[in-house]
Design a protein around this ligand. Structure first.
Ligand code: HEM
Length: 458
């Protein structure tokens, strides 16, 4: 029996591009950057075409390993030896706070969960994990249906609209009425308009401060119903404000609109042949209400798999680590201490070793089949830092679809570029088409407007 070779650093590409141009290419399109690096590697190692090899790059002058095999993303985000004991002092194998501080602290001020690791993180998360369940209640669902019905009423019969833009306004209204518990009848509602997060990055900090002070006033005058007494008593006011800020941030709004856009396009226009109504809508509507719900959830899971709104998360290795390879004759990947690891979700979610040969394609019933080998998509992270809003987002997206279905409207439009079809999993797109048609940071969305008519079903 041959023994496994020694762990090795991933294929280095630092010589291929200078540090500066690597930064630019990566931020212009992670997909194109990663795919081009993989193609370059495959040219040199033709025997490894089927593997999603980890790649080494210099991003923002740091050594970064980009990981896009499903099992390796798992190994980074939920390492088996993650410490959760009470003696834990934050010394987990991979930390998030260190890489995030530089990128996100200005927008997500501490104290907050995202900028925390290890035992302090776990202690902070426990009461929030309980309290967030109230956001998933029927009452919140009906608010979401009401806000969405309002949007549909406004759009029916109007000129074609940029669907992503409209969904961004809707997402903000949904977060206002659920997370912050504001109703349109409330005094001052109009002042907290969606414009608060529309500012460019350089004025974004001003917008953040404005929202922070609105949230603080809100908390003191009338606390949002879902914030429990326990959280109110046990957590500092500053932390509560910061979490409300994170949950209604520009990033959360953009991520939710990205998901809604991909979800509605899949349900109403799958295939891109301008068919009205879409085949998926018909499929969902066939059968009992419970079956319809299950089918809608399966389509949402498949949407999250192929088109995760957030393309990845960062970690920094606290000690030297290895990432396991799949084959027993291939060496594991060495991760030196203090290197960053970037988990790329669209890659992991299209890993043929896990999702099969049709991994790149949208299959509406993929998640309807009872198959224990089919893992969930990675869209909300994994492990101890999994998104706190995951269930809420899932329920909110299905409530939006419910409102569309109840309104008996159809979406008509065919502005589906090759890169968009690749993003949605309708067709395979080249890295160049992907880079041209899809913006990936901070969240995935089409680079050009997706013009859609909302018409009443006759
Ligand atoms: C489609 C919308 C959203 C997506 C795709 C998303 C995705 C994510 C991801 C990938 C992470 C993991 C970060 C990491 O591992 O480094 C995360 C963390 C988090 N998310 Fe979300 N999120 C969404 C919306 C929300 C909403 C609406 C809320 C609040 C209600 C929320 C609250 C949080 C919090 C508090 C964390 C930090 C968790 C921790 O560090 O333990 N998210 N989210």
């Amino acid at each position: 029996m041959t023994s496994k070779p020694q762990p090795q650093l991933p294929a280095g590409n630092a010589s291929m591009l200078s540090g500066v141009s690597e930064n630019l290419t990566f931020h212009a399109s992670p997909e194109s950057f990663i795919v081009n690096h993989v193609l370059h590697y495959h040219k040199q190692h033709p025997g490894e075409v089927a593997n999603r090899v980890p790649l080494r790059a210099k991003i923002l002058n740091r050594n970064v390993i980009i990981v896009s095999a499903y099992h390796q993303v798992r190994a980074v985000l939920c390492p088996r030896d993650e410490r959760t004991d009470d003696e834990g002092d934050g010394k987990v194998p991979y930390v998030a706070a260190a890489p995030y501080k530089r990128l996100m602290e200005a927008f997500f001020p501490p104290p907050n969960l995202l900028l925390n690791d290890g035992c302090p993180h776990r202690k902070m998360k426990e009461p929030w994990a309980v309290c967030v369940q109230s956001l998933e209640s029927e009452k919140m669902q009906s608010r979401i249906v009401a806000r969405t019905s309002g949007l549909i009423k406004r759009l029916v019969g109007s000129e074609a609209v940029d669907l992503y833009k409209e969904l961004k306004e809707l997402s903000w209204e949904i977060f206002l009425s659920t997370v912050l518990d504001f109703s349109p009848a409330d005094q001052g509602y109009a002042d907290i308009n969606a414009g608060i997060w529309h500012s460019p990055r350089k004025t974004g900090i001003g917008a953040r401060k404005k929202l922070q002070s609105i949230i603080l006033d809100r908390l003191r005058s009338r606390r949002p119903v879902w914030i429990s007494e326990d959280v109110l008593k046990s957590r500092p006011e500053e932390e509560i404000v910061n979490h409300l800020l994170m949950s209604t941030s520009s990033l959360a709004v953009k991520a939710f609109s990205s998901l809604l856009l991909a979800f509605l396009l899949n349900v109403y226009l799958f295939g891109g042949d301008d068919a009205v109504p879409g085949q998926i809508l018909k499929w969902i509507a066939t059968g009992s209400p419970q079956e319809a719900e299950e089918k809608a959830e399966a389509v949402l899971q498949e949407t999250l798999r192929l088109s995760p709104p957030i393309v990845g998360v960062m970690r920094r290795a606290t000690t030297e680590r290895t990432l396991p390879s799949l084959g027993s004759s291939e060496s594991d990947t060495m991760v030196p201490a203090s290197w960053d690891v970037w988990s790329y979700f669209p890659g992991a979610n299209r890993d043929h070793a896990v999702f099969g040969g049709d991994a790149d394609y949208f299959k509406m019933a993929r998640y309807l089949v009872d198959d224990s080998r089919l893992p969930p998509p990675i869209a909300f992270g994994l492990g101890s830092k999994t998104c706190l809003g995951q269930q809420f987002v899932f329920k909110a997206a299905t409530a939006v679809l419910q409102a569309f279905r109840q309104s008996r409207v159809e979406l008509k439009g065919s502005v589906i570029s090759p890169g968009m079809k690749g993003w949605l999993g309708w067709e395979i797109a080249s890295p160049e088409q992907w880079a041209k048609d899809i913006k990936q940071l901070p969240t995935q969305r089409p680079s050009k407007p997706t013009m859609i008519h909302v018409i009443r079903n006759t």
